[in-house]
Design a protein around this ligand. Sequence first.
Ligand SMILES: [Zn+2]
Length: 53
Amino acid sequence: MAKIKITVEGYKCERCGHEWINRKQTTPLVCPKCHSPYWNKPRKNPTTKKSPG
Ligand SMILES: [Zn+2]
């Protein structure tokens, strides 16, 4: 048996780092692990300022 590399398209949650494969053609709404709807949005707050204290 020859050794091959199989590549499948999957998803990775930006929040919890969970990786999974979605058999459906549609983009998943939430992460199946942490159920975050922002799983595909990096944690960035460009407009948010953190006030000291
Ligand atoms: Zn997640």
